[in-house]
Design a protein around this ligand. Structure first.
Ligand SMILES: [Zn+2]
Length: 443
């Protein structure tokens, strides 16, 4: 009797068409996708009438002459353009926009931000972003969310997380503007570190508790109180020590940087990417090209803060900084695109509502990219910056089956990418014909 019940249960699990149900079957399941137009982001070309064979979590075969294995489930995307899942290299999934956010530090319970993150992770995945690099979160909420997604507890993109961002006392990554006894003074555990010894300890601490990447605040920022947006906030020696310590553990460093001097210092010290990069000049561009440094432009963030400033939603000091920096940022990103600096797609989602990430494509094209280049920045280029080009960033045998599709031709209109019709992550379908597939937790 028990055996029969178990058999019945296994049959039910095998046929249940839910995202988690597929996940349980992922090892053996074979799916053949018929792609009307397949975008080959490595070669920059479209392949018509291609077949993609997915076995379990990975892609097994792709091309025009690929045979459909017997018994494979067929997914018909003949009317679609099929692409690798998108990667957003700059998100803050565990936060929602709240320009008076300094109050959260006093009122929000521990754990709340991870729950907010679960909500935002689902939205981000359904928007076609199958991977994110989350650069800055408190309370280990990003580490918890990453693991919950990995374990099939909640739906969301594959996450690479930084845990606490590293910054100087009183800098962009600190919490400023309170009387000294209102909040406990953060130390290396919460990313606040000064001097070479402390930054080394802070890097090791974040890695110990789950960081896949190290995020630093190399200059002031727009939404923080008490610091000039362009001011350098770490010395060359400090950033060098951060980069070396991170590299020993196989981690890369992402540097938030607006000001020209701070950008150059971070590039010379060997960071992998400059986030925002508002004030670039010829020398900074040259340095980035020499070092192979990536720029992650976050144009959506600039647009969002300028809008908020004009609507009177920002604190006066933030509004002033937002309006001051934005024209520089536009010019700098144009210059970087024209000069051929490596660019990886990143939005700073969290500064604006999650799930709108694909609007960055429009802004990148406005700044001088071709639609193909913009899509490459969110796929193969982002995968390279993650150091995951063997697993991610294109539809090739051996890589994770992260596959999305859209109706129409995004190479002639990138705004189509705001309406993703089909989402598969690691062989599991989360969205089909524009509809979310019901998700059941794996436990
Ligand atoms: Zn950010």
């Amino acid at each position: 009797m028990l055996k029969r019940m178990l058999t019945t249960l296994i049959v039910i699990l095998a046929v249940s068409w839910t995202a988690a149900g597929q996940s349980r079957q992922a090892t053996d399941r074979v799916i053949a996708i018929r792609a009307g137009r397949l975008l080959d982001v490595e070669e920059g070309r479209v392949i018509e009438n291609a077949t993609i064979v997915v076995r379990g979590e990975r892609i097994e075969a792709v091309g025009r002459d690929v045979a459909v294995p017997e018994g494979a489930e067929i997914i018909d995307l003949a009317q679609h353009t099929v692409m690798p899942g998108f990667i957003d290299m700059h998100t803050h999934l565990t936060g929602d926009p709240s320009y008076g956010y300094s109050d959260q530090a006093l009122h929000q319970w521990p754990g709340y931000s991870a729950i907010v993150g679960a909500k935002n992770a689902r939205k981000t995945l359904l928007a076609g972003f199958t991977t994110v690099r989350n650069v800055g979160a408190g309370e280990w909420a990003d580490v918890a969310l990453r693991d919950a997604i990995r374990n099939g507890i909640v739906p969301g993109p594959r996450m690479f997380v930084s845990a606490y961002a590293l910054g100087i006392t009183g800098g962009h990554c600190d919490r400023n503007g309170y009387r000294p006894d209102a909040l406990s003074e953060p130390g290396v555990e919460r990313g606040i570190a000064n001097g070479v010894d402390e930054v080394i300890k802070a890097v090791r601490y974040q890695i110990k508790y789950g960081a896949d990447v190290i995020k630093i605040c190399a200059t002031g920022g727009v939404l923080s109180a008490g610091d000039a947006v362009g001011a350098p906030q770490y010395t060359f020696e400090e950033i060098r020590a951060i980069v070396r310590t991170a590299a020993m553990a196989g981690r890369k460093v992402a540097a938030h940087a607006h000001g020209n001097e701070g950008i150059k210092t971070a590039v010379r010290a060997g960071v992998a990417s400059i986030e925002h990069g508002s004030i670039l000049d010829e020398e900074a561009i040259q340095l980035m090209k020499e070092h192979g440094t990536y720029l992650v432009p976050t144009l959506m963030a600039f647009e969002a803060v300028v809008k908020a400033a004009k609507e009177g939603k920002l604190a006066p000091w933030s509004a002033k900084k937002a309006l001051e920096i934005e024209p520089y940022a536009r010019r700098s990103i144009r210059m970087a695109i024209r000069s051929g600096v490596n660019i990886a797609f990143g939005t700073d989602a969290g500064v604006f509502p999650h799930g709108q990430n694909a609007d960055e494509f429009r802004l990148l094209v406005d700044a001088g990219m071709t639609p193909l280049q913009a899509i490459q920045s969110a796929t193969i280029q982002a995968a390279r910056l993650l150091g995951q080009e063997k697993n991610l960033g294109s539809i090739e045998p051996g890589k994770w089956a992260d596959i999305i599709a859209v109706r129409g031709d995004p190479l002639s209109d990138v705004t189509l990418l705001k309406n993703i019709d089909f989402v598969m992550k690691a062989g599991v379908v989360y969205k089909r014909d524009g509809n979310e597939i019901p998700f059941t937790p794996s436990k």
